[in-house]
Design a protein around this ligand. Structure first.
Ligand SMILES: Cc1cc2nc3c(=O)[nH]c(=O)nc-3n(C[C@H](O)[C@H](O)[C@H](O)COP(=O)(O)O)c2cc1C
Length: 399
């Protein structure tokens, strides 16, 4: 190829000529007559066809707007912790056993004085209305049908007073504490009047910037903090170039002494990832420790929750219940967490996929499938009661 041809190959004129040719071809009646029209032919499986809790996410993906799917699926920054939450379950082996398998299986437990038929709960997650028009009402009805307590988020799309009368299950409430104690009091009074059986106080995500991740992924979601930043510039407030949400940076342990008089039910701290913080929970009078990294949505490059669970269980030493979440998708995952020290296991995204795919029935079925898997895993390992589940059930291979 000579120099003239090489220049022509890279020239803008050549690109423009190709563009014109393809535009002409696309509009040509002879070609369009031959085109097989591409129309979506979605076939959503019937609910009964779904056989594993993992089946719900693809259906929800097919049904939901892109923004709703991504808002639920994503993790912070490079999603290292999001992936590690799942990977960690691969690093724990269950030890099979045939002894005891014939005994009657019982997954019942007691948590804060209430009897549960299984040690599973729904983690607090925001804005269920993104997943289904009935939002938290559908989740609560599905959860109740599957005998599973639901923790309602501060950022619920339906007020807790409206959720509570729609089923006869168990509701808890999650608080994102505010610096203004009166607004905490008001939220806590409302939640307890609506029947919340426990209060979960989330203390991670101090510096989270959700909109940043949404923006990076070109999701087309409203970039609210950009608007906020613009308005704060106009009002003369200092700018926030690192996009850190300052409104949670004031958290300190004295918070719990201030909240305690407002809470008449058990108070649990959510977002604990170290033995030291677990010990501080006990010192500050918490009734429960909730091991969570917000499903990989808090600081990235933090550890998976399964890896830190044993050290936290050792620090707590049975004095208060330990709740656990982040990455649980299957019954065997729940069993591994119970073996490593969790008292109960919470599910964030999993029931959201059920909700997005089939509404309240999807929530119910996804939970029931997970319960069935937990029962099966208990049978394989010869543990027929929760009391018989302990460290000897697993071999850990954390790197
Ligand atoms: C879409 C979404 C919204 C969430 N909203 C909240 C919230 O409002 N309050 C809270 O304490 N945690 C929230 N979380 C964290 C969950 O409570 C829980 O820690 C996490 O989902 C567990 O991980 P998993 O989704 O892998 O089960 C949210 C998580 C997701 C995925």
């Amino acid at each position: 190829m000579g120099p003239i041809e090489s220049r022509w190959l890279a020239s803008p004129e050549r690109r423009r000529a190709i563009q014109k040719l393809t535009a002409w071809a696309a509009a040509a009646p002879a070609l369009s007559a031959q085109r097989d029209p591409v129309r979506p032919h979605p076939r959503f499986p019937k609910l009964e066809e779904l056989l594993s809790p993992l089946d719900f996410e693809p259906v929800a993906h097919a049904r939901l707007p892109r923004f709703s799917y991504d808002y639920t699926a994503y993790g912070s920054d490079g999603e290292f912790t999001l992936r590690r939450n799942r990977d960690a379950f691969d690093w724990v082996k269950l030890i099979p056993s045939s002894s005891g398998a014939a005994a009657e299986l019982n997954t019942a437990t007691e948590l804060f004085g209430t009897r549960l038929t299984s040690p599973l709960l729904i983690s607090p997650t925001a804005a269920h209305v993104h997943m289904h028009p009935d939002g938290e009402l559908a989740t609560y009805q599905g959860a109740t049908a599957a005998n599973t307590p639901m923790i309602v988020s501060t950022n619920t799309s339906v007020p807790i007073e409206k959720i509570a009368p729609t089923a006869k299950g168990q509701l808890w409430f999650q608080l994102y504490p505010r610096e203004d104690m009166e607004s905490n009091r008001e939220m806590l009074e409302r939640a307890q009047a609506a029947g919340a059986k426990a209060i979960v106080v989330t203390i991670d995500q101090q510096a989270a910037e959700y909109e940043r991740a949404l923006h990076d992924r070109h999701l087309g979601a409203p970039i609210t903090s950009t608007a906020r930043r613009a308005s704060s510039r106009q009002s003369g407030e200092p700018s926030n170039p690192y996009r850190i949400r300052e409104f949670r940076l004031w958290y300190e342990w004295g918070l719990f002494a201030k909240l305690r008089p407002m809470i008449k039910v058990p108070m649990i701290a959510k977002g604990i990832l170290t033995a030291e913080d677990a010990r501080l929970c006990l010192e500050h009078g918490l009734d429960g420790v909730y091991v969570s990294n917000h499903g990989g949505r808090s600081i990235d490059y933090g550890p998976s929750t399964l890896e830190v669970l044993p050290e936290i269980a050792a620090a707590v030493n049975g004095r208060v219940p330990i709740l656990f979440d982040s990455g649980v998708r299957r019954g065997s995952d729940a069993l591994k967490a119970l073996a490593l020290g969790a008292t109960a296991v919470c599910l964030g995204r999993m029931p959201r996929w059920g909700l997005g795919a089939y509404g309240s029935q999807g929530v119910q079925r996804s939970l029931e499938l997970l319960q069935a898997e937990l029962a099966a895993a208990m049978r394989y390992t010869g543990r027929t009661t929760l009391a018989s589940i302990d460290r000897t059930l697993v071999r850990t291979d954390f790197p």
